[in-house]
Design a protein around this ligand. Structure first.
Ligand SMILES: [Zn+2]
Length: 580
């Protein structure tokens, strides 16, 4: 009830600022938009809204503004309309929400990471809270410096797109935290656990620990007094044990029904230089310790994590309690997979090292770099993730769905060019002179301009390329229109060519085909990804203006699909086909 009153007041204040006075119906409508689950409780809601509206209408503008700032910000879904995610539980009276994304710098981010990034980001912005980027770098053997930068770069691109596409502002993280910078602090919390008798150093071999944990049997180290544990802990820190010889374990219960809770390891020795800290440390916390202590130290109020960590919640809550830290919300969400494409490093790495993939930015795989190289706009990805919502259910995204979001974003924005795949020469006879085609850069956006393509006539004959797929469908006597250029009648079809007869005037109720002039055409190769292992390659000619395209340009090839310019080789433009 109190939460509802707070929400009603905030939305009423927003309404009042906009219209001079708050009114019951619009405020009620907004509440239901924020939380559609309340639709069955309108009768109960109404008196709350009435009271909120009445109170708000007697406030001065200053009060209204600070109250309205507590209203959840609302992003825009694919339809452009306001769409709302379910409200968070446990939002404090000041409305201060602090969330974080905590990637491990051990690889290139994939589409799977976008949900982990978007869920806490959207909520932080919805509640006008703070959003942290925290590098979870306490596993030095698999972490590398280049991945910190890769994550920063990819996450920035996604968040900036979220601001542009969804209006969630500002589209960046508010603070960056490097977990390994806090190792000293984590050590002192570990020492507190030891002194309080809540943790002990166990020197059992890993195999015995595993057996004991599943059998629910304690080892002799469990009963060592804190002084002994502190000494052993110091020895761990000082290098008196080799990797694997000693662990710091939390003292909970060896017979707990949740196996994860049976005296879990919280610190272990990793004898490997750290990408940032070098050889300064050799004892590193496990995930459970690091995540709970760092969330507590950095003021996180709502910690989102992928749901496979659910059994760990209890361990983390126990650590927080033993250290006297405040508790906060821990929220799980489901994972994203892409149908038919590998997302995990485990699957992608062998393809990269075998040379089947060009690298981590291969357009056939859904790493964020790969998707970008394929021409998938980050705006499309954030819109897709926003519409998927913070669901706890695992979801499978198809390449078709990604394509559909991307098409909607690119279609009104990118220039169009004619590209003729598998070109066949066509002669147009009877032209009155040189021809000039006028094609709009974008048919619905005159402001993007018009391109003129001159096609010279030699003794009344004009030569162009048309694609094999059009060529094989044309029949003698048929009329066609060469887009933007001329109408013509098909006079002859041979296996390697086409003879056309010039027709005066413009008729567009006949098949319209695209073409490229023989003189001045731009050679182009388009690669169309098919799976993680293969792609289809199309060679042909594009219109002359395609020679000005630069790497990274996004275009639509008429009747062929969307594509991104990947580079060039001599005069040949290389493109990647994003999708149809
Ligand atoms: Zn032991």
């Amino acid at each position: 009830m109190e939460d509802l009153m707070r929400l009603a007041m905030a939305l009423a204040a927003e309404n009042a600022l906009k219209h001079g006075e708050a009114r019951v119906q619009p405020v009620l409508g907004k509440i239901l938009a924020v939380d559609p689950g309340l639709k069955g409780r309108v009768r109960e809601l109404l008196p709350i809204v009435r009271e909120a509206v009445e109170r708000v209408n007697s406030m001065d503008p200053g009060e209204l503004e600070s109250l309205a700032s507590l209203a959840p910000a609302r992003g825009r879904g694919e339809g452009g309309g306001e769409r709302r995610w379910p409200p968070l539980e446990g939002v404090g009276p000041q409305g201060t929400v602090v969330t974080r994304v905590a990637p491990e710098p051990n690889g290139h981010p994939t589409l799977g990471h976008v949900k982990g990034l978007m869920v806490p980001f959207v909520y932080a912005r919805m509640y006008r809270g703070r959003f942290l980027l925290r590098f979870e770098d306490t596993n030095p053997r698999v972490e590398r410096l280049e991945f910190y930068d890769a994550i920063r770069e990819e996450f920035s691109i996604v968040l900036e797109a979220a601001e542009r596409r969804l209006g969630l502002s500002p589209g960046r993280w508010d603070e960056e935290i490097i977990e390994s910078d806090h190792l000293g602090e984590m050590y002192s919390h570990a020492e507190r656990l030891i002194s309080d008798g809540n943790a002990y150093v166990c020197t059992c071999p890993a195999e015995r620990v595993r057996r004991n944990r599943s059998a629910g049997v304690a080892c002799p180290h469990r009963d060592q007094p804190p002084e002994v544990n502190l000494e052993l802990w110091d020895r761990m820190l000082e290098g008196g044990f080799a990797e694997g010889e000693a662990h710091l374990r939390l003292k909970t219960s060896m017979t707990h029904p949740n196996l994860t809770m049976r005296d879990p390891g919280i610190f272990r020795i990793v004898d490997h230089p750290h990408p940032i800290q070098g050889d300064r440390y050799r004892v590193y916390p496990t995930y459970d310790f690091a995540v709970s202590v760092m969330d507590a130290l950095t003021g996180v109020t709502h910690a989102f994590r992928s749901k496979e960590f659910e059994p760990h919640v209890e361990v983390q809550r126990t650590i927080l309690k033993m250290l006297g830290f405040r508790q906060f919300e821990m929220i799980q969400f489901g994972r994203i997979t892409v149908e038919g494409l590998p997302l995990s490093k485990r699957h992608i790495r062998p393809l990269v090292s075998a040379g089947i993939l060009w690298g981590w930015d291969d357009p056939r795989i859904p790493t964020l770099r790969g998707l970008r190289r394929r021409g998938i706009a980050p705006e499309a990805l954030v819109a897709l993730m926003y519409d998927l919502g913070p669901s706890k259910v695992d979801s499978t995204v198809t390449m078709d769905a990604i394509a559909s979001y991307n098409r909607k974003w690119l279609d009104p924005r990118v220039p169009r060019y004619m590209f003729v795949a598998d070109p066949v020469r066509a002669e147009i006879h009877g032209a009155p002179g040189d021809l000039t085609a006028e094609v709009r850069v974008h048919p619905d956006r005159p402001e993007m301009g018009v391109r003129r393509i001159r096609v010279p006539a030699r003794a009344g004959v004009v030569e162009v390329y048309v694609s094999w797929s059009d060529h094989r469908r044309l029949r003698r006597g048929q009329e066609v229109r060469l887009r933007g250029l001329v109408n013509a009648e098909v006079r002859g079809v041979t296996p390697d060519g086409l003879t056309l007869r010039y027709l005066p005037g413009v008729r567009t109720d006949v098949p319209i085909i695209h073409w490229a002039p023989v003189e001045g055409a731009t050679p182009a190769v388009v690669l169309a990804p098919k799976s993680a292992y293969s792609y289809e390659s199309f060679g042909g000619f594009g219109e002359p203006a395609m020679s000005e395209l630069r790497e990274g340009d996004l275009v639509q090839l008429v009747r062929f699909g969307f594509a991104r310019v990947d580079g060039r080789e001599g005069a040949t433009v290389k493109l990647i086909r994003s999708h149809g």
